[in-house]
Design a protein around this ligand. Structure first.
Ligand code: GMT
Length: 374
């Protein structure tokens, strides 16, 4: 098949999933065309059968808000015509599904069919799409897509609750992980010693947006640190990073918290962690928690949204209510002090990631959806 993929190319789960999916599809012989405003962050420079098409925004002084959605629709139309695409697969409803529908209508005028598959990832449904300014267009774009997928059962239910979604079917296709990249076998003793010496490592990766509640992570770490020498490794960057650094100073643990900034290839780092922590207040899936489990790292997380579908409480980690810093700290301390429990949960985490979220099963699921719309 010839497949166009549009996603947010910047640091984040939906871009990571879309890019890994494109790479896996290309490995199966499909031609994949990424249509985005910059090279997706997880896309290596050259992969056979993958082409990157950049959406460029012309500049004109009249435009206080340059119409990116239109430039994207034009690029989708151009690539679909030139490459004779079989379908467009867009990740994150706004504005990608809307632009895809415009491109589809323009192509229909020229007698070319272009089915649109929309994958819902999270805040396109739970926050942005429910904002009054975007609700009607999000609902329209979902309902007019030829197929809709959501990354968790939670997100499917939330889509139906918030948008009604008349006459449409939402298939749940979870996110996936490639065990060749994320596995416990990569543990790099020198990297671990460099970051933490012989102390246990708590780790978090995100874009530090307010929903992630990164200050709760620092507060949790401070409680752990009272009882145990440990190191917290924070990977990523975003609006709340400054607040997290300030919280670490305020709680007197700044010296034991490593803020590494944005790192694209996180697998080697994940494999040296002892506990992965995610204190978010809403999360449709939690891709980083899955990648941590595949790396053999138990997860301590807030049990919200789709997280319980990814992390099994008491088996591959611990789930606590949002904001329960004392509960997160107790669960972390238990894991860090009970070696037998840690070994059990680490093994169960790897097994769960392989059994439920294997790249091959998930990519086959998307191929079935593509076949159904073509
Ligand atoms: O929806 C977002 O806020 C952005 C998006 C992203 O690009 O990181 O995150 C969502 O999609 C990921 C991939 O499917 C999920 O793992 C995240 O849980 C989800 N984020 C939220 O629901 C907050």
């Amino acid at each position: 098949m010839k497949i166009g993929i549009t996603c947010y190319p910047t640091y984040g789960g939906s871009g990571a999933v879309a890019t890994e999916l494109g790479i896996a599809l290309a490995a199966r012989g499909h031609s994949v065309h990424f249509i985005t405003y910059e090279q997706p962050f997880r896309l290596p420079l050259f992969v056979p059968r993958i082409t990157f098409h950049e959406v460029s925004l012309g500049h004109y002084p009249l435009f206080q808000y340059p119409p990116y959605d239109l430039a994207l629709a034009v690029k989708m139309h151009e690539v679909a015509l030139e490459q004779q695409l079989d379908l467009l697969h867009v990740h994150y409803a706004i504005p990608h599904a809307t632009s895809a529908l415009l491109a589809k209508q323009m192509l229909a005028e020229a007698g070319q069919r272009l089915p649109v598959v929309t994958t819902l990832h999270g805040t396109d449904i739970t926050i942005v799409g429910q904002d009054h300014s975007y609700h009607a267009i999000t609902k329209y774009s979902i309902e007019k897509s030829d197929a809709i997928t959501a990354v968790s059962r939670f997100l499917k239910e939330e889509t139906i609750r918030a948008f009604g979604c008349d006459n449409c079917r939402v298939d749940v296709i979870p996110n996936f992980v490639d065990p060749r990249t994320f596995n416990p076998g990569h543990r790099d003793a020198a990297l671990r010693a460099d970051l933490a010496g012989d102390r246990p490592v708590m780790m978090h990766i995100s874009n530090f947006r307010p929903v992630k509640r990164v200050r709760d992570i620092v507060a949790t770490f401070a409680r752990v640190r009272e009882r145990l020498p440990a190191v917290l490794v924070m990977i990523g960057d975003g609006p709340e990073r400054g607040a997290a650094e300030e919280e670490a100073r305020r709680l007197g643990v700044r010296g034991d918290v490593r803020f590494l900034g944005r790192i694209d290839a996180v697998a080697p780092l994940l494999s040296i962690a002892d506990v992965y922590i995610l204190t978010t207040d809403r999360e449709s899936f939690g891709l980083s928690a899955l990648e941590a489990q595949a790396s053999g790292v138990p997860v301590v997380a807030a049990g919200v949204g789709g997280i319980p579908e990814v992390v099994e409480d008491g088996v591959t980690g611990a789930l606590r209510p949002v904001g329960d810093v004392a509960g997160f700290a107790d669960a972390t301390l238990t894991l860090l002090t009970d070696r037998a429990l840690w070994e059990r949960q680490s093994a169960a985490a790897v097994e769960r990631a392989r059994r439920l979220f294997d790249v091959n099963d998930v990519v086959s699921g998307y191929e079935d959806v593509y076949a159904s719309v073509i």
